[in-house]
Design a binder for this molecule. Structure first.
Ligand SMILES: [Zn+2]
Length: 207
């Protein structure tokens, strides 16, 4: 009896996660991997929404991490990478083939929680759950890592193989702004400097 109750409860959780992932427009392949549902059951779930009512990503899932380093997306990818670590989506030690090893019911539920938390804070976020999965898998395999800005300690997504200045976008912009507006020093005079007699203490005339 206990076993069938557990199976029933797990089945309900799988269906709930399936609905949640469909609302996030996740590809069918990932929904099957996380929920354990077959293609056919996922299709039935989609029919329950009316397939045309929800936008669907089709074709191969994204595989390149280059997108995370685009100027407009890097801060968002950095925040999601930090959340992936906080939500323990990334194992403590690197794993091989994370996209096969990681997906499961608990992992999928945590993934949704982390992503929904992020979207509650940044409603106009541009990265998708499919991309969040790719990001988390790359972190789990050690292909990407989370470091901290040397100036403000903000989390930054980095490629561990690339030597780079550890500075977040805000601090980089702030440094560029201050260097553009720095008042240039007057050129050194070629005439010999006149040493002021510090002993007198009298202010000298300006002209
Ligand atoms: Zn910073």
């Amino acid at each position: 009896m206990r076993v069938s109750e557990d199976r029933y409860s797990r089945d309900l959780r799988s269906l709930a996660l399936g609905h949640r992932l469909i609302r996030h427009e996740v590809r069918t392949r990932w929904i099957c991997a996380m929920t354990g549902l077959t293609d056919e059951r996922v299709r039935n779930l989609l029919h329950s929404y009316g397939v045309t009512a929800l936008p669907r990503h089709r074709g191969a899932a994204p595989t390149s991490c280059a997108v995370f380093f685009r100027l407009a997306l890097h801060p968002e990818a950095s925040a999601l990478a930090a959340l992936a670590r906080i939500w323990k989506l990334v194992p403590a030690t690197p794993v091989r083939n994370a996209r096969k090893v990681l997906p499961g019911l608990e992992w999928g539920e945590s993934l949704c929680e982390a992503f929904e938390f992020f979207r509650a804070v940044v409603p106009r976020g541009m990265l998708t759950v499919d991309q969040f999965i790719l990001l988390t898998a790359a972190l789990a395999e050690g292909k990407l890592a989370v470091a901290h800005c040397a100036q403000c300690q903000a989390a930054i997504l980095i490629d561990p193989l690339e030597v780079q200045l550890l500075r977040c976008r805000m601090c980089t912009q702030s440094a560029q702004h201050s260097s553009r507006h720095r008042i240039p020093k007057p050129p050194e005079s070629s005439e010999p400097r006149v040493e002021v007699d510090a002993g007198t203490g009298d202010q000298q005339p300006l002209l």
